[in-house]
Design a protein around this ligand. Structure first.
Ligand code: NI
Ligand code: MN
Length: 228
């Protein structure tokens, strides 16, 4: 199975699993780093890790235009239902669902989750995306470092996508400790350089990853694609 991973900016990624298109945290409108319009984004499935505006983003519009299903926690799914999203698939920590490309499992993230209008957004999630051929991607969402990342790593991670921006999430130093716990083959950084407050030196991070972990760092430019 051919898998393509495209960074759309911030925590928004487009995964293509042999033609099945999965979008994460589609914050595009108002995102200074984004280059694509929500209206043009093809999607079969949208994954929303938590309720913050820079993650829920344009989910309602993209689901409406593309007809994509949305996986998120129970509270965010109910909130999206009320806003006209036709197909929501609630998932909570350790829960999994079969998908057209394999499966999606929810894992913990250490972070908040209130929705843009102040509604309660449940617990923040990360996701494990498993392809039918067994390859597995860990999309961490917004999170701090936590020891149970080792348990996530025990599942066997081919690609980990981790926040490195600091302030709201792990910064570069804690992300190195996270990689040591997760032990992925490849690691892609996200949630940095969207704003000045989360500015990071990606080249310095890349060198640290290579020196201190066994993972291969892949720093994608916005619009950049990794093919597996
Ligand atoms: Ni957040
Ligand atoms: Mn965020």
């Amino acid at each position: 199975m051919k898998i393509q991973i495209t960074w759309l900016g911030h925590a928004a990624f487009l995964f293509d699993f042999a033609g099945v298109r999965v979008v994460t945290d589609p914050y595009l409108r108002g995102n200074p780093a984004a280059k694509v319009n929500a209206a043009d984004l093809p999607a079969d499935l949208i994954l929303v890790t938590h309720g913050h505006n820079d993650h829920v983003g344009d989910t309602v519009e993209i689901a409406g235009k593309s007809g994509a299903s949305v996986i998120s926690n129970t509270e965010i799914c109910s909130w999206l239902d009320e806003r006209g999203v036709k197909k929501t698939l609630p998932l909570y920590i350790s829960g999994a669902r079969k998908t057209a490309f394999g499966s999606v499992k929810a894992v913990s993230a250490v972070h908040g989750s209130s929705l843009p209008d102040g509604s309660y957004g449940g617990l923040a999630l990360g996701f494990l995306l498993s392809a039918e051929d067994g390859r597995r991607i860990y999309f961490a969402g917004d999170t701090g470092l936590f020891g149970d990342m080792k348990l996530i790593g025990d599942e066997g991670i081919d690609v980990a996508i981790l926040p490195i921006g600091g302030v709201y999430t792990m910064g570069a130093a804690d992300s190195i400790r996270a990689i040591q716990l997760i032990r992925p083959k490849v690691v892609i950084p996200m949630h940095f350089n969207t704003w000045e407050l989360i500015r990071q030196d990606a080249s310095a991070w890349e060198r640290e990853v290579s020196a201190k972990t066994s993972a291969r760092p892949v720093v994608l430019p916005v619009g950049g694609v990794l093919e597996l």
